[in-house]
Ligand binder design. Structure first.
Ligand SMILES: Nc1ncnc2c1ncn2[C@@H]1O[C@H](COP(=O)(O)OP(=O)(O)OP(=O)(O)O)[C@@H](O)[C@H]1O
Length: 305
């Protein structure tokens, strides 16, 4: 059974369709990337999953039920707008969120202290949030969102504002949650995190799904480029969309830029060269990056590599 199912969901704010007929499902253990530029509808979708706002039409199933307080205990959420009570200590903050998720205070405290230890904040459990750096407070907020060991973890732009070390720590936590069987949905503008972490991705533009699938499937959406050093003859190998002869590197060898169409296969081009005796000295394939796919499918507004 899917942990989260979104079916034909539309959300309109006056005449703006923030989310338009969106469907997807996330399975246990899956890390699902929710990608889109500014205003694509990511936060609106996450808010509907959390029952903070309701869809105009369509249906959502969370942990086998409709989104409401009853399934809060199984959900963890890191909002895009970070904010904690400044005058509360780190551990009290985490216990407070654990209690909201139905945990016993003692269990929440123990889990909270373990998390702070793991996040390198073991000695700051009794520090007030006001006395912590922004990055430290963000780690406390992350701890608060996973203290209940959620089955569904929703992270809205979780990497923003974290230094590279803490981004690595967050990646580790996402992987750990997934290995424990949780489904993780995270939104991001930063393609590198999505490339490293996601089992599947969804690309949103103006509330509409433009792509859903694995990273490999995403990269297959665009042509790949081959840089080769070969002797003439390579231009006519089947399976190329384009072949451009470049610099003469001497003794009959030339540099070539070859394009394999999205449905093509660079491996088959190489095999054909070998089988038919096309002389080759170099052959390297450059597949499209997720960033290039993103820019092609949804434009480059607000997107980082
Ligand atoms: N409460 C609201 N009232 C009116 N319009 C809204 C409301 N919430 C969102 N919108 C609009 O819905 C669209 C989608 O916004 P949303 O915040 O979901 O985008 P997002 O993908 O999370 O963007 P970002 O990456 O910039 O956070 C935008 O056009 C936004 O202005």
């Amino acid at each position: 059974m899917s942990i989260l199912t979104v079916e034909n969901v539309t959300k309109s704010f006056a005449d703006v369709k923030a989310v338009n007929d969106l469907s997807f499902a996330v399975e246990p253990g899956e890390i699902y990337g929710f990608l889109g530029g500014n205003g694509a509808g990511k936060t609106t979708t996450l808010r509907m999953v959390l029952d903070i706002i309701r869809p105009t039409s369509g249906s959502i199933s969370v942990l086998g039920g409709s989104p409401d307080r009853d399934n809060a205990a199984g959900i963890g959420f890191l909002p895009e707008e970070r904010g904690l009570y400044k005058n509360m200590t780190a551990i009290d903050t985490i216990v407070y969120f654990g209690r909201l998720k139905g945990m016993e205070a003692g269990a929440a405290r123990k889990a909270g202290l373990d998390l702070l230890e793991r996040f390198g904040l073991g000695d700051r459990a009794k520090s007030n949030i006001a006395d912590m750096s922004k990055g430290m407070a963000q780690k406390v907020q992350l701890a608060a969102s996973i203290v209940n060991d959620p089955e569904l973890l929703l992270l809205d732009e979780p990497f923003s504002g974290l230094d590279p070390v803490n981004q690595g720590l967050l990646e580790d936590e996402i992987l750990r949650a997934s290995e424990g069987g949780a489904a993780i949905v995270f939104s991001t503008h930063v393609m590198q995190h999505a490339e490293r972490l996601c089992d599947r991705l969804l690309l949103l533009k103006r509330g509409e799904k433009r792509f859903e699938g694995t990273l490999e499937q995403a990269r297959d959406m665009l042509p790949s480029q081959i840089e080769a050093v070969a002797k003439p003859g390579i231009e006519t190998v089947p399976g190329l969309a384009q072949a451009t002869r470049g610099r003469d590197v001497g003794e009959g060898w030339f540099e070539y830029s070859l394009t394999v169409p999205p449905e093509g296969n660079a491996g088959a081009v190489l095999e054909h060269c070998t089988a038919t005796g096309v002389p080759l000295r170099r052959f390297s394939e450059h597949r499209a990056s997720l960033h290039e796919v993103f820019v092609e499918l949804v434009g480059d507004e607000g997107v980082k590599k």
